[in-house]
Design a protein around this ligand. Sequence first.
Ligand code: APR
Length: 238
Amino acid sequence: MIKLPLKNIFILTGAGISAESGIATFRGTGGLWNNYRIEDVATPAAFNKNPSLIWEFYFERIDKIRKSKPNDGHYAIKKLISLSKNIHLITQNVDDLHEKAGIKNVIHMHGDIMTAFCPKCKKKYSVTRIKRPLPMCKQCDSILRPNVVWFGEKPIYLEKIYNLLTKSSVFISIGTSGNVYPAAEFHLIAKSLGARTVFINLEDTGIQSDLFFLGKAGIILPQLFDKWISKGYIEFNK
Ligand code: APR
């Protein structure tokens, strides 16, 4: 048995954490990529070809996210994170539900759907302050784009993320299918540096981990994290 204290923890979340808040995941039943082709709505080429179509897709998602509320899974993460400034949250999600649950300093490696930016002058805008249907930059009159990382683009904050991985003794993955790199290999990096791994997911993704919990994050996380918090440590078999 090994007992690790509740610090130096790297938490990675994916679309599954927001599923119980009514936000569609990307893959699997009801997943966005069953109804849309990635190459039509999530690549720079698609944006250059038809920005209006891209904005129609994103405004629909923005409206849905604005109306949604964090679930018990988001609040459980907030409770765990509040224990130490050495517990970090890295999300692949572009929604703001972690922030709505009260977490500050969320690292959004795939961007943030609540902002847009000008590809030319890089000026950033809150989506509450841009004009529909096709938002334009007030500074240089270019068409704005959603502040999200598309396929073929490099995720944001990677240097910081790799640095945090090197300092982590526990890696926790929540609600991600492990299909998209580099996030899909973070657990391998953490493991190779000696971290223990914990996976929580609705379905078995086949990924090897030290602890694995199958089910809904909104149900598993509050119980699991409360148990850890009351003990003051996480227990691993080896
Ligand atoms: N609790 C826990 N896990 C869940 C829940 C839930 N309530 N609901 C669904 N899941 C799981 C699914 O079983 C699936 O394995 O969450 C995972 C979601 O996987 P994806 O839809 O592939 O989402 P994600 O892994 O975040 O995708 C990564 O792909 O298209 C890109 O940029 C997009 O950031 C996204 C990236």
